[in-house]
Design a protein around this ligand. Structure first.
Ligand code: 5RP
Length: 234
């Protein structure tokens, strides 16, 4: 199967996962990226079964609206059952690297509100140790060089993602060369650098469920159980 076929399979599996819980007043949190886009496209057929969505990016909001799904401001929402989004990397604790699409800050905010974060990814994203994918860090523009120097002190090699301005008007540094053995600690350390808005480690609040598209089918992992129903670890 191609990577896109695996992404489509997990997008469809996510629909099956949430569909029994959809109610007339359900607001879904929706992520950003190619896998999330496939989920949005699959969700369109169910648009009359729930109230609407909160999007983690302007791009996802436009796609949702294009399918006739109402998009709400997060400030008007007090509860959310599910946040569904992709990832750039996932480990066995369902800690993630996200932000390849530069939407990490809004993704982390919507995740914080959701009761359950359902991560959807193809098997290329499953890793033993996070850090092979450069870790995105969103920074206030005037702090970029200062934050980069501080990241070098932590052992990383930050690269300015030139030409990219986030939906929040900020810049992205992609941190290469980090083998992230303690994701919670690094997430906190990076967030304590003045000028950092947030970083793409989702470890303090990992995913609750990972639907992983593999050549043998979609496998379901939870934080408590990183053994899939077929007995295979990822
Ligand atoms: C965007 C993200 C995406 O979830 C991540 O980059 C994965 O993208 P894709 O589904 O296209 O592989 O964090 O900021």
């Amino acid at each position: 199967m191609t990577q896109d076929e695996l992404k489509l399979a997990v997008a469809q599996a996510a629909i099956s996962f949430i569909e029994p819980d959809l109610r007339a007043d359900t607001i879904l949190g929706i992520g950003t990226g190619s896998t999330a886009n496939m989920f949005i496209d699959e969700l369109a057929a169910f648009r009359t079964d729930f109230k609407g969505a909160v999007a983690s990016s302007e791009a996802s909001a436009e796609r949702l609206k294009g399918h006739g799904i109402e998009v709400f401001d997060l400030n008007d929402i007090s509860a959310m059952d599910f946040y569904i989004d992709g990832a750039d990397e996932a480990n066995k604790k369902l800690e993630l690297i996200k932000g390849g699409g530069a939407a990490l800050t809004r993704e982390k905010i919507v995740t914080a509100v959701a009761k359950k974060f359902v991560c959807i990814a193809d098997e290329s994203k499953a890793v033993e140790v996070l850090g092979g994918f450069p870790l995105p860090v969103e920074v206030i523009p005037m702090s970029r060089s200062y934050v980069a120097r501080e990241i070098v002190k932590l052992g990383g090699h930050p690269v300015y993602r030139e030409g990219v301005v986030t939906d929040n008007g900020n810049h992205i540094l992609d941190v290469h060369g980090m083998k992230i053995e303690n994701p919670v600690e690094l997430e906190n350390n990076l967030n304590s650098i003045v000028g950092v808005v947030t970083n793409g480690l989702f470890a303090a609040r990992p995913a609750d469920v990972l639907l992983l598209g593999t050549a043998e089918g979609v496998k379901t992992f939870t934080v408590a159980n990183t053994v899939a129903q077929d007995g295979n670890y990822f």
